[in-house]
Design a binder for this molecule. Structure first.
Ligand SMILES: Nc1ncnc2c1ncn2[C@@H]1O[C@H](COP(=O)(O)OP(=O)(O)O)[C@@H](O)[C@H]1O
Ligand SMILES: [Mg+2]
Length: 495
């Protein structure tokens, strides 16, 4: 038997998706197997996988002229996710599959006919559901992801199982839609950190308004601990943000099959030896990097001065634009990358500068070189820079109760609600026009800011950033106006 069959698959470029019709024509003529429609090398190699998978699943690979067209044909198709659709279309066109396939089919095939998971099933399934295709056939490990996208996802572990399900001989039940996950437990609670009232306050402001924060202090004073406490006071993800962040994780291949939707804002902490590629993303096919995995959450760069200045320089675009564009060989992919930056570093190479207990032994130009590793443009985008001093012995000894994260989080949530009511996600995203509208200063505040701009030669960017922080400080105090003391705190925290 010969004929044409069509099965729906979905292409992925960066986070962008497009439904692809896999058309297969099986006709008489010299036996052959061609894939057209701009396949990349992984898609061209599908021929070998599909041929072996069909044979090893007990079907017959037609000894005819087989043409596979991936339509629309004008854009390059990447990856191994088309295997399942191609195999099913061949089986249908050659009469070995009895019914037409109306589901989205996404999966890689092993030579033995196993269906393997691929990256990006969440956005692909979402795209199909949006286009009115409710069903999806995917690998078992991808089923929860597809279900989370609202798909009636059927987990097929083998090509045989897929055919049996479609023919109706062995019907499989759709995967359950994953439940809305509970709030996770936090690793570090603010209540367990002794002293450090100013850094804690800065952390609260950062969490409330989404402002970037740098912690500077000698080793062992709790900088890493403070940063790790940030997730415990961040506002929860709303549904859209949870989906956006989960899509990035899906495309990176980092979905937990048991819990496909992110339940808390991501907190990414790449090591200072991280490459540019792992930080901002890229590769073939391109994958999102740490800045995108941190989207909607926080990026923690511990030991900031140890990162290569070239790697740090790539943070400028995401910090400014909230996204990152990765170009390669004529195409480019844009990934979201809106995160709060939290960084920690020692004040100098020996770490003792400014520490009252022990004198610093660094030579002045060693200190300059050390600080020079953090570029001006990067520093300019860090709104809160606070010193984390050594905690006195008596404070460490006394077991007095400290404010818990849950109490701080309550204030953060109140402040966030005020921001949302003004129509913005977080104060860090206020535009200069928004600032004029929502950040009117009283006389004394105006005078203070005027003087600071002059004395500290602040850039226009710094000026706007200070106003945003002052707005957050006012919001934490449930104050409609921005007063002089709010502004003074904002200036002090940027010292
Ligand atoms: N302020 C603090 N309160 C409670 N424990 C602290 C504090 N500072 C440091 N510690 C203890 O010291 C350890 C090292 O702290 P860490 O956050 O790694 O310091 P840093 O990053 O500043 O070098 C922590 O795991 C914790 O046990
Ligand atoms: Mg540390």
């Amino acid at each position: 038997m010969s004929g044409i069959a069509r099965v729906t698959a979905c292409a992925l470029w960066g986070l962008e998706t497009e439904l692809v019709t896999v058309e297969v024509d099986v006709s008489s003529g010299l036996p052959g197997f061609d894939v057209v429609g701009l396949p990349d090398s992984a898609v061209r190699e599908a021929r070998e996988r599909v041929r072996a998978a069909i044979r090893n699943s007990g079907f017959e690979f037609p000894l005819r002229r087989i043409t596979v067209n991936l339509a629309p044909a004008e854009r390059r198709k990447e990856g191994t996710g088309f295997d399942l659709a191609i195999a099913l279309a061949i089986l249908r066109a050659s009469g070995q599959l009895l019914v037409a396939v109306s589901e989205l089919c996404v999966g890689e095939l092993g030579l033995d006919g196993a269906v393997r998971p691929v990256r990006g099933v969440l956005p692909r399934a979402k795209r199909a559901v949006g286009a009115g295709i409710p069903g999806a056939l995917v690998a078992g490990q991808n089923a929860a992801e597809a279900a989370a996208a609202g798909s009636e996802a059927i987990a097929v572990d083998t090509l045989r199982a897929a055919v049996a399900h479609l023919d109706g001989t062995v019907r499989l039940a759709p995967a359950a839609r994953p439940p809305v996950p509970d709030a996770p437990a936090w690793e570090v609670d603010l209540g367990d950190i002794v002293g450090q009232e100013t850094p804690k306050r800065a952390l609260e402001i950062a969490a409330a308004g989404g402002h970037n924060l740098l912690l500077i202090g000698p080793p062992g004073t709790g900088k890493t601990l403070l940063a790790q406490a940030l997730p415990s006071i961040l506002p929860p993800l709303d549904e859209d943000e949870a989906m956006d962040a989960s899509v990035v994780h899906s495309v990176a291949g980092l979905v937990d099959p048991g819990r496909p939707l992110l339940r808390a804002r991501p907190f990414r902490a790449p090591h200072h030896t991280a490459s540019r590629l792992s930080l901002v993303g890229g590769g073939t096919p391109p994958r999102p990097g740490e800045v995108s995995l941190a989207h909607t959450g926080a990026l923690f760069l511990d030991e900031l001065a140890q990162f290569s200045p070239q790697v740090l320089d790539t943070l400028r675009e995401p910090l400014q634009e909230g996204r990152i564009t990765i170009s390669r060989a004529g195409t480019s992919a844009t990934y979201p990358a809106r995160f709060t930056l939290i960084a920690a570093m020692n004040p100098c190479p020996c770490g003792k500068l400014g520490d009252s207990a022990t004198p610093c032994t660094c030579l002045p130009d060693a200190i300059d070189r050390y600080n020079g590793r953090i570029s001006g443009p990067l520093l300019d985008r860090i709104d809160l820079r606070v010193h984390v001093p050594r905690v006195p012995y008596e404070a460490l000894r006394d077991g007095r109760a400290h404010e818990r994260s849950s109490d701080v989080r309550r204030r953060v949530l109140t402040a966030r609600a005020r921001m949302t009511a003004r129509g913005c996600r977080a104060n860090s995203e206020l535009t200069p026009a928004d600032l004029r509208r929502h950040c009117s200063l009283d006389g004394p505040a105006e005078a203070l800011l005027g003087r600071a701009v002059q004395d500290r030669r602040l850039s226009a960017r710094a000026y706007h950033r200070i106003l945003r922080v002052a707005r957050t400080i006012a919001d934490l105090e449930v104050s409609d106006g921005v007063r002089r003391d709010h502004l003074a705190s904002a200036l002090l925290l940027r010292a």
